[in-house]
Structures are given as C-alpha cells and as structure tokens.
Design a protein around this ligand. Structure first.
Ligand code: FES
Length: 170
C-alpha cells in the first residue's frame, strides 16, 4: 500500500514538473525567438530607387526626394528622405547624404559658385564632396549606388574614401 502511494505521488510530481517545463518552454521559446532572430532582410542595405539617370545633367547636382526603406529594430519602416545626386557620366552617379558633416544642417548647391554651401556655419564642399571651407570635419557622406535600367538606386551609407563609395556602373 505504502509503495503504491509513493509511486503514485512520484508519478504526479513528475507529471506536474513535466507540465511546468512544457509551459515554461511554450512561453520562453517564442520570446527568445522574438529577441534573438532578426527580421528577414534586417542585414541588407535595402536598396531604394531615388531617380532616373536621364533626368540628370552631368555637373549639375539635383536633390531628389525618395521613399527610404529601412529596418528600425524589429520594424520595417518606409519614410520620405532626400539625397543629392551628381551625374558623372552616362553610367556613373554619386549620391550624397543631404546632411552637412559638421552638425547635420541641410546644405544646398550654389550653381554660380559651383559648390555645396551649408548655411549654418558656412562650410563649403566641392561637387565631389570634399571640404573646401568651414568647420566641416570630413567630406560629405555618400551612399553606395547602382544603376539598373536607367534607374538610380542607393544602398547603405559608406565613409568617404572607402572603396564602396562613389559612382557605380550599372
Ligand atoms: S552644420 Fe554645416 S557648417 Fe555647421
């Protein structure tokens, strides 16, 4: 009698422990997956179409408005952004981040001076993004570019001087 009571109690304890383990796993596994597994495409640069090569003129920078796709934490976000495009030839384009590298003000192209001018603290940049004057500590930031069927696409931002920077052929 004593043995059967012990074995029954042992069975129920084991069953309760197993059930507790299952419940803990049912809660912990999805939570761990949510925290540890990044969303699909989180690591890619998310190419965005920003313009058409045929609408640009060599040596005449244009600011383009586009829909930027990016991953913010675990969310995929689309928002409006701008980029400065400089056509270097029929198959070559450079895309600049529109924020001044000093404190992030929006700069503009001065056609008469043939320079990008930042109104905040008078930094000036050449058409290829180099610092000509002012407190800006580095050249304009650029995006990786590619051209597909005449459409200009930009990817991730890269540091000026990197091999990935500058014009791409497509
Ligand atoms: S933010 Fe452009 S010069 Fe200061």
């Amino acid at each position: 009698m004593q043995d059967s009571t012990h074995s029954r109690r042992g069975f129920f304890i084991a069953a309760i422990n197993a059930l507790g383990g299952l419940i803990a796993a049912a809660i912990a596994i999805p939570a761990a997956a949510y925290l540890l597994i990044r969303p699909k495409n989180a690591g890619d640069s998310g190419w965005s179409e920003v313009g058409d090569m045929s609408r640009l003129q060599v040596g005449k920078p244009e600011e383009a408005l586009y829909e930027r796709k990016r991953v913010d934490g675990w969310r995929k976000v689309t928002d409006k952004a701008t980029v400065w495009l400089v056509k270097n030839g029929n198959h070559s384009v450079t895309a600049f981040n529109p924020a001044c590298t000093h404190l992030g003000c929006a700069y503009h192209w001065d056609a008469s001076a043939k320079e990008f001018i930042c109104p905040c603290h008078a930094s000036a940049f050449s058409i290829d993004g180099k610092v000509l004057a002012g407190p800006a500590p580095r050249p304009l930031d650029q995006y990786v570019t590619k051209i597909e069927d005449g459409k200009i696409l930009i990817g991730s931002q890269v540091e000026a001087g990197s091999d990935a920077v500058g014009s791409s052929r497509g």
